[in-house]
Design a protein around this ligand. Structure first.
Ligand code: TXA
Ligand code: MG
Length: 332
């Protein structure tokens, strides 16, 4: 006699955090969304050539339809399938930095829909450098659209758990690739008259890119008509109020009644009075700080604090990227 097995039903429905890449592949092939690990942050992935899957991404992320998605491919050779008129300097950058945290904005072919590109004639694309995700990309014959796996405006996820805390429903499979090794989003480069322009600071310092192709133009603060629509000020924000100040110790001393979280770069000062303290790198190592950055913010944000206080890092190398994220995190 037929009996409804509720536990089995629940297990089927339950979100899986898994390393089973076949499960991920099969889900993607039938148009479902899967969270994927990359070296930068986790992505919320779907078949970029499947309109239904693409629309699910916008809905689940609550992403405005005018903000285009970024595409992930398995290798440089796949680039010609989705883009055209690739400038010489783009090729040079791709060959040098892929797989890796460099996103190029290039003219799209028609097979990539206007939904993906949000009506633009260009698309953002990169080859991510994560063994699980590269294996996955090599097993499918479509590119993956995968914006960061956070609701629009919130902190980017650098662990499978972060993703799971954001999306309880609507996401069945999270491919677990551990803590992201870079911990900051990719650097985005667009082209104007074939000249490279920086659209977003990211995990590759701009100086490394300039060593490859010469001077790169900057187009970062153009908030009214941004070349990269994701660059509207407020972004990457925790739910807890967060402020940038110069003197952390003084603030703590003057606000003893508050539950304060401190996010600091090095371990210079003692913040014994602070409720919670996250040090990005005890020895002041910038790569380590980058890797810990979002994770530290997620952690502080989960502690029911009244406020998170933090300071800017030295404005060089990846410090520029972290400062960019901090300024957006505190923006209104
Ligand atoms: O590291 C990363 O780039 C991660 C991982 C998952 O690959 N992805 C990521 O995606 O950060 P997302 O969507 O959070 O940021 C991509 C940015 C957005 O700000 C979007 O506006 C911009 O890329 N973008 C996408 N297509 C564009 C286009 N055609 N022109 C200019 N900017 C574009
Ligand atoms: Mg994002």
């Amino acid at each position: 006699k037929f009996s409804f097995n509720y536990t089995f039903f629940l297990k089927l429905k339950m979100q899986k955090i898994t390393t089973d890449i076949n499960l991920a592949i099969n889900s993607l092939k039938i148009g479902k969304l899967v969270a994927i690990p990359t070296e930068t942050v986790y992505g919320l992935a779907g078949d970029a050539l499947n309109e239904k899957a693409v629309k699910k991404i916008f809905i689940l992320k609550k992403r405005p339809l005018h903000n285009p998605l970024i595409l992930h491919i398995s290798s440089y050779e796949k680039l010609r399938e989705i883009t055209k008129n690739v400038p010489f300097k783009a090729k040079k950058l791709a060959k040098k930095f892929w797989p890796g945290p460099l996103t190029l904005v290039l003219e799209k072919k028609n097979k990539v829909s206007n939904t993906v590109s949000a009506g633009k004639s260009t698309i953002a694309v990169r080859v991510p450098n994560h063994p699980l995700t590269l294996k996955l990309l090599n097993s499918i014959d479509f590119p993956l659209a995968a914006p960061s796996a956070n609701p629009s405006g919130f902190i980017s996820p650098t662990t499978a758990k972060h993703v799971s805390s954001f999306f309880k429903d609507g996401l069945d499979v999270i491919l677990n690739g551990g803590l992201c090794s870079k911990g900051l989003e990719s650097t985005i480069i667009g082209f104007e008259n074939d000249n490279p322009i920086l659209y977003r600071h990211g995990a590759i310092p701009i100086s490394d890119l300039e060593n490859c192709v010469g001077t790169i133009g900057k187009k970062i603060k153009d908030n009214l008509n941004p070349s990269s629509p994701g660059m509207f000020s407020r972004h990457y924000s925790p739910r807890t109020p967060i402020i940038l100040i110069n003197n952390l110790s003084k603030y703590i001393y003057q606000n003893k009644d508050k539950k304060i979280g401190v996010l600091s770069f090095e371990n210079k000062e003692g913040f014994s009075l602070a409720t919670k303290h996250e040090i990005l790198s005890k020895n002041g190592d910038i790569d380590e700080a980058a890797k810990n950055f979002y994770s530290a913010l997620h952690s502080l944000d989960s502690k029911n604090l009244d406020i998170i206080i933090t300071t800017l890092l030295p404005e060089k190398g990846l410090g520029k990227t972290i400062n960019d994220r901090l300024k957006r995190a505190v923006a209104n």
